[in-house]
Write a protein that binds this ligand. Structure first.
Ligand SMILES: Nc1ncnc2c1ncn2[C@@H]1O[C@H](COP(=O)(O)OP(=O)(O)O)[C@@H](O)[C@H]1O
Ligand SMILES: [Mg+2]
Length: 264
């Protein structure tokens, strides 16, 4: 479904700080794959997602989505079918607009209409039903400004926005890193529920190894701009943190010893 072929990315070309971050990375992702991505700080995880979303352009290689070569499409063009969610709950929503206004914007992604048309009763009813179905007590807050939501509710709402028009690809960059463990679990469960319900092909970066094992059907570990582990299906389902550490050491040639990775 997504084919990444021999992509390369170098930052600061021609300067003393020039650094090749992604070397020659290839990856094939099947329709409906839910991939968790782990790796130490600076491994190139966010860069990989940035290259897929088009917020960075590759220097070499190709990115093909659903048979379409998107390598040279701009970020806003890819945004019609690729949704992103970041770590910061403050990004991804408009704080001064109400929940229903935000949903209405998400509903018009890639279309010309603006909010001027207003929100119809029918639309509001649909949003009410949608929010009720996710069971986070957001349905009675459709007229509240997003700014007044707690961090966790706001991030959950961001997930709803990002998936309102089912994207071909959902990219999540440490979506729960700013949340406390309990709230994080609620938001991860919501992600899992929506991804499965709508069969969305998903890449989720996490620094929490247990979350990487718990969610998804495939796990990728990155190190120094390379994919050093790629574990799927049954094998992933049986995997433990200890296995992962051993396999990382074998693949990368050194012991994982990184404070940025949570081991539980
Ligand atoms: N825009 C940029 N310009 C220069 N260097 C960058 C830029 N973005 C990331 N880097 C560098 O690329 C490396 C990988 O970063 P990143 O992809 O953010 O890692 P991760 O998300 O795995 O922590 C780091 O060394 C980082 O400093
Ligand atoms: Mg990152």
């Amino acid at each position: 479904m997504l084919k990444i072929q021999n992509i390369q990315k170098t930052f600061n070309i021609g300067e003393v700080t020039e650094k090749e971050i992604i070397h020659d990375l290839s990856l094939e992702i099947a329709d409906g794959d839910f991939i968790t991505v782990i790796g130490g700080n600076g491994a190139g995880k966010s860069t990989l997602l940035n290259l897929i979303s088009g917020s960075l352009m590759t220097d070499k290689g190709k990115i093909i989505l659903d048979e379409e070569d998107i390598t040279h499409l701009k970020e806003y063009e890819r945004a019609r079918f690729i949704s992103r969610v970041f770590q910061d709950p403050l990004s991804g929503t408009c704080p001064d607009l109400s929940l229903s206004e935000n949903l209405s914007l998400a509903n018009r992604r890639g279309k010309r209409h603006t909010l001027k048309r207003g929100i119809t009763k029918q639309e509001k009813k649909a949003y009410y039903g949608l929010l009720k179905s996710i069971d986070l007590d957001l349905e009675d807050r459709l007229d509240d400004k997003v700014a007044v939501l707690s961090g966790g509710k706001r991030q959950a709402f961001t997930i709803i926005m990002a998936t309102l028009l089912t994207p071909k690809l959902l990219l999540l960059d440490e979506p729960t890193a700013a949340l406390d463990p309990k709230t994080s679990k609620v938001v991860l469960s919501l992600i899992d529920k929506i991804v499965k319900r709508d069969h969305i092909t998903t890449l989720m970066i996490t620094h929490n190894m247990q979350d990487a094992l718990t969610y998804g059907n495939r796990l990728i570990m990155m190190d120094e701009g390379n994919i050093v582990l790629d574990i799927k299906g049954e094998e992933k389902a049986k995997l433990t943190i200890e296995d992962l550490l051993v396999r990382f050491e074998k693949a990368a040639g050194y012991k994982m010893n990184n404070d940025s990775l949570l081991l539980s």
